[in-house]
Design a protein around this ligand. Structure first.
Ligand code: NAP
Length: 305
């Protein structure tokens, strides 16, 4: 298949990530057909030039390249691979960008090939701000030929897409990053909790941490949210962190890795969901690790001496 900016792209799933990335495709001059389970999310994109498909089948028929920004593997399976629509996939290329497990991604590749389609994966590191700017870090699981063919399109989302290896390896790398997100956030919340409980100045703790080998920039990104217990307007919601820790645990199990430490974090994230924090920023796991005590004043940051 040869294609260029006149090729129609269908994008499935115009949620937190799919919507800004549709806008980037439109701004770059691509013809984009969008489909979303909740059709009201399509309206702002149609206003910017996207064409709305009423059904997934209509979107599949209208495009050569099918980009998936759906929540998980089950949603992709339901939207692209139901028996009655499977024949529509012949000759299309599926570009899967959501976070799913390596074995799920390989399974989707097998299903795509069985239906005469091509499949590649390009999960990303970064969130809504990076999606809007086109500065996502892209990990690509594909053949060399597919990677070369899709570089132009992928560069709309991030400047330097990296070819990791065959399908499954980019999905694995993405999970490796996301278990770090889970672990680092939980660890930071726990340390910050002790600092606050003991009345140590948070600013002093942060200054020493920033000078140390233990520092990760994500700590500063989440510090104020945790101190102010403000988890609104998420870029990455807690429910997706649970999905990704579960995906990592499955992969660890498959490979005989001991992931007891991540299991503890996973259970913490699950409690956050049970507390009604599914749609908040994932740093809300702080509410489980360091719950507020009624009438107790929180945080001493950024006061100085
Ligand atoms: P989101 O806002 O929750 O969007 C999920 C999308 O999937 C929505 O369009 C939703 O439709 C659709 N969906 C869910 N279940 C479905 C089903 N059974 N059938 C059809 N459609 C279904 O999530 P997001 O943040 O954009 O994330 C999408 C994917 O990218 C996830 O795998 C996530 O882990 C990954 N990701 C997210 C970020 C981030 O920072 N947010 C970064 C990197 C990767 P409705 O609108 O109808 O609910």
């Amino acid at each position: 298949m040869t294609w260029n900016k006149q090729t129609t792209i269908a994008l499935f799933g115009t949620g937190l990530m799919g919507a800004p990335l549709t806008e980037r495709l439109l701004d770059a001059g691509y013809k984009v057909v969008v489909w979303n389970r909740s059709p009201e999310k399509l309206e702002p994109l149609v206003a910017k030039g996207a064409l709305a498909a009423e059904t997934p089948g209509q979107a599949v028929r209208s495009a050569e390249v099918l980009v998936t920004w759906l929540a998980d593997q089950r949603a992709i399976q339901e939207v692209l691979f139901p028996a009655e629509r499977a024949s529509l996939l012949a000759g299309k290329t599926i570009l899967q960008m959501a976070t799913i497990g390596p074995s799920h991604s390989r399974g989707l590749e097998d299903a795509a090939i069985a239906h005469g389609a091509q499949y590649l994966e390009a999960p990303v590191l970064g969130s809504i701000p990076e999606a809007k700017k086109g500065s996502l870090l892209l990990m690509v699981g594909a053949t060399v030929a597919q990677f070369e063919r899709f570089q132009l399109l992928l560069s709309v989302f991030g400047k330097n897409p990296v070819h990791v290896g065959p399908v499954g390896q980019a999905a694995a790398m993405k999970l490796a990053f996301n278990q770090l997100i889970a672990g680092l956030t939980a660890s930071f919340s726990l340390s910050l909790g002790l600092i606050q409980k003991e009345g140590v100045r948070v600013e002093l703790f942060m200054d020493m941490l920033r000078d140390s080998a233990l520092y990760a920039p994500t700590f500063d990104k989440k510090l104020l949210r945790m101190l102010e217990r403000d988890y609104e307007n998420p870029n990455f919601p807690t429910r997706h962190l649970l999905k990704d820790t579960d995906l990592f645990l499955d992969a660890a199990d498959e490979h005989g890795l001991t992931a007891a430490c991540l299991q503890g974090v996973r259970d913490t994230v699950a409690i956050a969901l049970a507390k009604g924090l599914a749609d908040t920023d994932y740093s809300a796991i702080n509410e489980v690790i360091h719950p507020p005590i009624k009438n107790q004043q929180q945080g001493t940051y950024p006061k100085t001496d």
